[in-house]
Design a protein around this ligand. Sequence first.
Ligand SMILES: NC(=O)c1ccc[n+]([C@@H]2O[C@H](COP(=O)([O-])OP(=O)(O)OC[C@H]3O[C@@H](n4cnc5c(N)ncnc54)[C@H](O)[C@@H]3O)[C@@H](O)[C@H]2O)c1
Length: 351
Amino acid sequence: MAKLRAAIIGCGFISPAHLGGYAKLDQVEVVGFCDLLTERAEEKAAKFGAPGAKVFSDYQKMLDEVKPDIVSVCTENNKHCELTVAALESGAHVLCEKPMAITGAEADKMVAAAKKAGKKLSVGYQLRYTNEAMLLRREIEAGKLGKVYYAEAAAVRRRGVPTWGVFLNKEKQGGGPLIDIGTHLVDRTLWLMDEYSPIVSAVGNVYDHLIPLGGYNNGGPWDIGRFEVEDSAFGAVTFKSGATLVVKATWAANVKDVDSSLSLLLGINGGAELNNSDLVLNGESCNHLWQYKPEAFHNDESPYDREIAAWINAVENDKEPIVKAEQAAHVVKVLEAIYKSARAGGTAVTY
Ligand SMILES: NC(=O)c1ccc[n+]([C@@H]2O[C@H](COP(=O)([O-])OP(=O)(O)OC[C@H]3O[C@@H](n4cnc5c(N)ncnc54)[C@H](O)[C@@H]3O)[C@@H](O)[C@H]2O)c1
């Protein structure tokens, strides 16, 4: 059977997560590599390319010449919509890195383009593919929590400001930790609780108190002069279903833990906390309070590889991707609503 011909646009930091996943699958070959910085595309082509793989700096030229079956979009956030729509229109299925887009309008355009082209569109939320997240999702599907009416999604780093790429650039990324790492936890949490009803209201604030202070950072010092986005964001969103989601996202904050990625869920029958790889379910039955902690997993398969394998499985077998484009668009709208409230001085926005 002919192999699926993949191409990638954006050959920077995250690209090996896609390319490494494709390389593990016999039924995929990567035939096109595009980056504005050609040396990056050349380097990745040498490492991950099929024989004869081509290198480009112009994505449209690559789409026209290579005509790939699938495209990974791995550029900065403000290019996701343009590149994804172009790739879909060229006839490819697209896996776009998170966040799907900066605005809900862009995300809707991407969903519409996929529908019009009859192609699949998914988004890179690898946190859904950890052992613990997959187990919790199965427990929730089995009814362990009942209806989840309250949740917290927190991506909280003590000092973890990204120092490569354009993460501090407002125009290119659309914001700081909320859109960068908050998006992962909002996605995982909404997916776990299966909460995709329309947003009713949102309130939030963003802060940049720590930026000018500089000082210790896990990845080395950040450039105070280039910092255009928030260092922390906090918000709450309510949904038509009646559920409430509290969101916290920081790159720098005076918290205890170095880095935590939390989904906290309160359901009628039980609750759950998934923080990094620690999973606890709790509840009450037979007049007793209980906690349930799974044994440590022995399977350390990379969530990125699982993400790519799941994506290829959806394309090959014409199935819905695990991360549906509409779900990722919903996440964009949640983040956008919190930013909107923050811009309005923390006043509630209603829909
Ligand atoms: N899933 C994750 O956990 C995760 C982690 C890091 C980054 N990301 C996402 O991946 C994306 C890229 O982040 P990164 O860290 O790899 O950034 P990066 O700066 O290392 O790489 C981005 C690359 O895209 C290229 N590029 C930009 N516009 C282009 C265009 N029009 N055509 C071709 N190439 C273009 C740049 O030259 C650069 O090499 C972002 O959206 C980010 O949010 C996801």
